[in-house]
Design a protein around this ligand. Structure first.
Ligand SMILES: *[C@@H]1O[C@H](CO)[C@@H](O)[C@H](O)[C@H]1NC(C)=O
Ligand SMILES: *[C@@H]1O[C@H](CO)[C@@H](O)[C@H](O)[C@H]1NC(C)=O
Ligand SMILES: *[C@@H]1O[C@H](CO)[C@@H](O)[C@H](O)[C@H]1NC(C)=O
Ligand SMILES: *[C@@H]1O[C@H](CO)[C@@H](O)[C@H](O)[C@H]1NC(C)=O
Length: 843
């Protein structure tokens, strides 16, 4: 239990530090959500440069909200280096903003757009916009890595602004959607800017200290104008000004300082401008007093007030007690005696060669900042006096420490109790969810409602599962069914959009999610209409092919929508783009796969088919099957895609043996380990391409990869249409047919299909390859046991069964497989990483 005691100790120190800042904004406490997710910010105060559709308007850019289509999305793809798109929030008054949160568009599993990086611009008056930079001068903030997690970033330095813009930044052209939140509190000082002489450099004694205002956001030429900076960033400097709270900065960072050498008038004049006329009670100036280095607090201050146009004739003057004994930095409080003003000009007179300030704060009207756990200091000292009366300070902090300790201990006890209680609840929930998974396949009587609520209650409680609850709660895409294909898209949308129907707002899911692949009844690429629209924006670039030149050879598969035939096509070369070269002489027929839609297919199926043509025509990658031509002038509609002479990878490898003794004896054809790696790397490369377009394949397996000459591989999507592989799919009664042995736990339990679940499937595919497809994954387990095992992955109590290391498989390769099957989607490698790792394996 030792470590528990460290916590109150830390809190205690924290409280002690905070004791000095009661009437000043405290960045450690000023971290309240400002109302994007809470709704306090009105829709009309959220605007954007553009929107993709009414349902992705700016007002849907609220963190953790699932309204509309689940996020704000700009009209067009965000290009690198173009900072045209932004989401803007008007907070209606000045706020001190310490933290920002961002999230992508998840929309219950349909969306997969997010902003990997962004910049922030802000404005106090709505006309002068300032780009936020961190203390090292960097503007770009790391954003999201997936569509659902909330990523919070501290703003160091914090922002004081009324308007804030989030500007997505990308390194390649991509679709971006954002949901955001700002955290902070109202800026009660009301200070809009301070103008002062620029801070100087103290060269002697060495080391030099740089006393410029390094985060000033106004103009700095000879003096600083129209900005705020270190004097308002909420960070008080240390007693020794050459050190700093801030990591990795130069000596003197926290302070702005001036020397009497450059200011012959003997004072530093700082002008403060405010948002409105205020009734000022005090000004507090945090001064360094390291007199050993000729730094002292000011000797006298003279302040002028301006409420309307003119400066008041009689200034206010105040001289603090000079202190040669205590070298610690301190706040000096100046009583402003209820002067009404919208601008204050103060002349601070030097007491020594240097004067260093780190913070200046103003208290006006009756407003008080929320303070810490300790009670707020209610009454300010009535008289002007420096706040360094030692006895007073000790008393004060003793009380604070006591209260702090008590609060901290109570807090820790509560946390422990909550954790204990919560663990019990969690266990119960798990049991329930498990039951649900089974019920699901035994009967379809369990209503959608029930499934939703089960999942909704589990996830918010998860300790190690931090994805926001409402996003994951639905059990959506189980509905893709090859048994009732005519309704595939509607059935799918129905379950994904359960909540959509309830709140009546049009969603992608309802309106236009594209569930491609009508023909065979399998789903191929499921992508949001957003991507779809971008891809199919231009005219389809494929040509009509004369049907009579196709010669039927073999039926590859069939589904309710239609059939897939293997055909020979004569003269296909003429119809091809020049870029696409066959290594077959002009006059010889080419092997092609022809997907054919039945002429009596429903209108929906026809539309889906045409959409698929559009999408397929845009996919251009050496490791993805290409659409060659179409027959859409007459029925049946056909899509002619490449076919590879060696058939699919599963059959191909089944016919082959690993190199070695056994192969020599049986006289079977062999494939070398290097070629296995080569094929795996090509699959990874094709998937890398798909994932870069946010395409989720959902059915990656060796049966869906085609093999050409010299072990070339292309990824296709014949899927479950072929009887040959029906054993690979699991039928949930009347509803879905799923390749559960290739599916990630979250796809099975939560219906979440993402690139990370494709990565999981890739791991299984890799395993198949290394086994020469001689064995089905988890062949010793029944379908029910496979689902049970999925539950073990979810519970993560080390009872889950992994696919075993194939005999041929070196440890390094097996490690890649295991990394694909990590429970946490974020910990799985990307296809880029996998591709790189596989290339490295080849000599
Ligand atoms: C004070 O705290 C409350 C929440 O406890 C918050 O809503 C309010 O905005 C805070 N006020 C200021 C000025 O920060
Ligand atoms: C302040 O001084 C440091 C150290 O010389 C320098 O790196 C930094 O750019 C200066 N900042 C400004 C805003 O002038
Ligand atoms: C300023 O505030 C003080 C204290 O609340 C009040 O007594 C005084 O009347 C106010 N001054 C004006 C001009 O409103
Ligand atoms: C600056 O202050 C120091 C210490 O008080 C004093 O000795 C020096 O004469 C002053 N310089 C000017 C230019 O006033």
């Amino acid at each position: 239990m030792k470590h528990l005691w460290d916590v109150p100790f830390l809190l205690l120190i924290l409280l002690y530090l905070l004791a000095a800042v009661t009437s000043q904004v405290n960045p450690g406490v000023c971290r309240y959500p400002l109302g994007m997710s809470g709704g306090q910010i009105q829709d009309e105060d959220i605007s954007a440069s553009s929107q993709w559709s009414e349902s992705t308007a700016a007002r849907y850019g609220r963190l953790d909200f699932e309204e509309g289509d689940g996020a704000w999305c700009p009209e067009i793809t965000v290009e690198p280096d173009s900072l045209k798109e932004f989401l803007q929030i008007d907070l209606r008054s000045l706020h001190f903003i310490t933290l920002v949160g961002t999230q992508g568009r998840h929309a219950g599993g349909i969306g997969n757009e997010f902003s990997q990086m962004y910049k922030i611009k802000y404005s106090r008056d709505g006309s002068r916009w300032i780009s936020w930079r961190n203390r090292q001068g960097k503007q770009v903030i790391e954003g999201n890595r997936n569509a659902y997690d909330i990523v919070l970033k501290d703003l160091e330095p914090p922002i004081i602004a009324r308007y804030v813009r989030f500007m997505p930044v990308t390194d390649h052209s991509m679709n971006v959607c954002m949901r955001v939140e700002l955290y902070g509190c109202e800026w009660l000082d009301g200070l809009v800017s301070y103008n002062a002489p620029a801070g100087e450099q103290m060269s002697l004694p060495a080391p030099p200290a740089y006393l410029n205002d390094s985060v000033y956001d106004g103009a700095v030429i000879h003096s600083m104008t129209e900005g705020l900076g270190q004097l308002t960033d909420g960070v008080c400097g240390l007693d020794d000004f050459t050190h700093s709270h801030v990591y990795n900065v130069w000596p003197g960072y926290d302070y702005v300082g001036w020397t009497n050498e450059s200011l012959p008038s003997g004072f530093v004049e700082i002008m403060f401008e405010f948002d409105r006329i205020r009734n000022f009670t005090t000004m507090k100036v945090h001064c360094n007093n390291m007199y050993s280095r000729h730094v002292k607090a000011f000797r006298q201050v003279v302040c002028y007030f301006r409420s309307e146009a003119d400066w008041e004739a009689t200034p206010l003057s105040f001289s603090p007690v000079e202190d040669e004994k205590n070298p610690s930095a301190r706040f000096i409080t100046v009583n402003l005696a209820n002067h009404m003003a919208s601008a204050i000009k103060c002349q601070f007179f030097f007491a020594d060669a240097w004067m260093l300030f780190s913070e200046i704060t103003f208290q006006s009207d009756t407003a008080m900042y929320n303070t810490t756990l300790a009670p707020p200091k209610t009454a300010l000292p009535p008289n002007i006096q420096p706040e360094d009366d030692p006895t007073h300070k000790v008393d004060d902090s003793n009380t604070r420490i006591l209260i702090g300790c008590l609060v901290a201990i109570i807090f820790i006890l509560v946390v422990i109790i909550v954790i204990i209680l919560w663990r019990q609840v969690w266990q119960k929930m798990l049991e329930k969810s498990e039951t649900f998974a089974y019920n699901h396949n035994q009967s379809s009587t369990i209503s959608e409602q029930e499934s939703n609520s089960t999942y909704e209650r589990i996830f918010p409680l998860g300790p190690d599962y931090q994805e926001p609850s409402r996003i994951i709660c639905k059990l959506p895409e189980f509905a893709q069914s090859s048994e009732e294909p005519a309704s595939t898209s509607t059935a799918a949308s129905k379950s994904t959009a359960t909540t959509a129907v309830q709140d009546g707002a049009p969603h992608y899911a309802e309106a236009d999610i594209v569930n491609l692949q009508g023909v065979t009844g399998s789903n191929t690429y499921a992508i949001p209409a957003l991507t779809m629209d971008l891809l199919s924006g231009k005219d389809v670039a494929v040509e009509e092919f004369p049907r009579k030149l196709l010669t039927f050879k073999e039926k590859l598969g069939e589904g309710q929508f239609g059939e897939v035939h293997l055909c020979e096509a004569e003269g296909m070369q003429e119809f091809m783009n020049k870029e696409f070269l066959f290594d077959i002489p002009e006059d010889q027929p080419v092997l092609v796969a022809v997907k054919m839609l039945r002429s009596d297919a429903s209108k929906n199926a026809r539309n889906d088919f045409l959409k698929e043509i559009k999408i397929m025509s845009r996919l251009k990658d050496p490791n993805i099957i290409r659409l060659l031509a179409v027959c859409i002038y007459s029925d049946p509609l056909c899509m002619i895609t490449e076919y590879m002479e060696n058939g699919d990878l599963n059959q191909f490898l089944s016919r082959h043996e690993p190199e070695g003794q056994l192969a020599l004896l049986s006289n079977a054809p062999t494939v070398s380990f290097n070629n296995l790696c080569y094929m795996a790397a090509q699959i990874a490369s094709g998937m890398k391409y798909l994932s870069s377009l946010n395409f989720v394949h959902r059915d990656l397996a060796t049966r869906n990869c085609l093999v050409g000459k010299n072990f070339t591989i292309k990824i296709a999507d014949f899927g479950m249409s072929r009887n040959l592989y029906s054993g690979d799919y699991y039928r949930i009664q009347g509803r879905a047919v799923l390749p559960i042995r290739w599916m990630s736990w979250e796809s099975i339990l939560l219906g979440k299909f993402t690139t990370a679940s494709d990565v999981w499937a890739f791991g299984v595919t890799l395993w198949e390859i290394l086994n020469f497809c001689k064995e089905q994954p988890y062949s010793q387990l029944t379908d029910e046991q496979v689902i049970e095992n999925t539950g073990e992955f979810f519970r993560d109590q080390k009872r889950q069964i992994y696919l075993p290391q194939p005999v041929l498989c070196p440890d390094s390769l097996y490690k890649i497989m295991l990394s694909c099957w990590r429970r946490n989607t974020k910990e799985r490698p990307s296809f880029q990483e996998i591709h790189r790792a596989l290339l490295e394996l080849q000599p």
